[in-house]
Write a new protein. Sequence first.
Length: 286
Amino acid sequence: MADVMRGYVERGELAGVVTLLCRHDEVHVEAIGAQDLATATPMPRDTIFRIASMTKPITAAAAMILVEEAKLRLDEPVDRWLPELADRKVLRGIDSSLDDTVPAKRPITLRDLLTFRLGLGAVMAFPDLYPIQKAMAEAGLAPGPKPLSLSPDDFMARVGALPLMHHPGEQWMYHTGSDILGVLISRAAGMALTKVMANEGAAHNILVNAMLVGLIVSNQWVKRHAQKAPDTDFDAFTRDLAKGVPLGRMGTAEEFANLACFLASEQGSYITGTAINVDGGRSPVV
């Protein structure tokens, strides 16, 4: 993994990166490249990154636990658990009408969901340019920061009513795969996703199986530093975060801190080798 990540830095695609891979008692941490290309400041392992969408790798790690338990297989069709995705139709082109389709070349697999290559997801064209984008928005499925207000079954029924944009495995498309993955995990485990995450031992397993990059800092840290430089050092996202403006599933500073507690708990300083002192106490970090 270190060689792969080092390649991104050597090719100039990233200034630097910190990676952590932990499995049972074996821990691998790599700090590669620089924090700042202009100053060439080396990237230490405790560098603070602002990160988002961290429920995605956590959900992916939960799916891999089910693979280890032989409840799911990476390359088997998910039709057994997600019949709504069986016998998919695929648009002839991204700009095609919803009825201009061809049969999918193969079924969707767990690997497709994990790698965002199921054939459905965010189209980075704004405003909505294509019929499929408008259809997703009308169905309440448009990718965005706001949590879905649908039940898992209703969500899957709406997904199943739409054609795919690309054949499974052929195109990376962000976001939607993780939502569908959550439903798959719930159905395969026979319990709600929240219960899967809270199951005895699951939180620890999810932590040590996930590769986590960067740090999450507490509510007090964000508020204190955002107040120091409200118009310069911090952008609108961070200022809204400090004010408690909802920005998604983990949308407020307090929610970010709670997520950090869930991820790190007692393993925080063990995993990162450091912890941030906040208001006289130790802030959990990952």
